[in-house]
Design a protein around this ligand. Sequence first.
Ligand code: ATP
Ligand code: LTN
Length: 329
Amino acid sequence: MSRVLSGIQPSGQLTLGNYIGAMKNFVKLQETEECFFMVVDLHAITVPQEPAALSEQTEALAALYIAAGIDPSKASVFIQSHVRAHAELGWLFTTLANMGELERMTQFKDKAAGKESVGAGLFVYPTLMAADILIYHADLIPVGDDQKQHIELTRDLTQRFNSRFGEYFKTPEPYIHKVGARIMSLDDASKKMSKSNPNPGSFIALLDPIDVIRKKIARATTDSGMEVRFDPANKPEVSNLMSIYSHCADLTLPEIEERYQGQGYGSFKKDLAEAVISVIEPLQARYHEIRESGEIHQILKQGAEKASNIADRTLAEVKERMGFLLPRG
Ligand code: ATP
Ligand code: LTN
């Protein structure tokens, strides 16, 4: 059994991109592997968050994990900041990383682009992520394509730690599905669908009202042609909608092409909206039940206890290896 760990930021409304690229895989993996799934609130504050919104979004995201099918008797679900060792190991890893390698991170470059002032937390974001992964000695990290570079950096830091302080950590592997690893924005297929995009028309939120989902899909940008064909280089918008359809309706891309041959985009988009709704509607119903019951707090407490046991031990062993004087007596 491998140990699996991943996290999602409570930095806005969870999107269909997060669901397809990340959560759907989490639900599958819990059946065969030992899983830890976090709400990474310490990462979310690398860009400014309103305090009231942060706590609401954190609780909402934890409930969405359960609504999406994570079973707390199979996987541990917890809040990153409830396991205090993350922040401490994150600092230790920050001292192992170089400015140059952090400057090369495309997520940092994208989020810093055009800003007058860029938070230092955004810069050291990947060293905290490395700590998240290594603190559990995780083997497999299910993420969307955009996180691959951060996992590669984690692998480099693992090797650096081991060569300076003796073999201790194993090197984690990314786990990325080919189709759906990068769902693009509905208004611009050159950008990934992202919950922190200021234009709500660019994403489908898992908690969007059903009629809003229909409208967003009807308005999604397409090319001026009429052929439903998977061709990301020449038809990036339609190809993106086809990837979404393929995930929500469990159809292959050739099956979709065949179904809409000679029909234009109208009926394709209508059916796509219904396919998306068939996934989202039951998820929303479960979400509301979980929020109303208040059961999430007990789930998070148990998750944090299990995670802290492992994390505290790793942190103590790391500090010993690095030469910290440990408290005695
Ligand atoms: P933000 O816009 O605040 O940076 P985000 O929408 O990119 O947020 P994250 O919390 O950074 O979401 O990512 C959570 C998980 O969802 C990660 O595994 C990430 O790779 C995956 N993910 C995010 N956006 C997409 C997308 N458009 N397509 C596929 N996977 C995605
Ligand atoms: N950076 C990730 C979120 C994240 C994460 C992690 C993912 C934080 N820590 C550890 C996997 C493992 C993102 O999705 N933006």
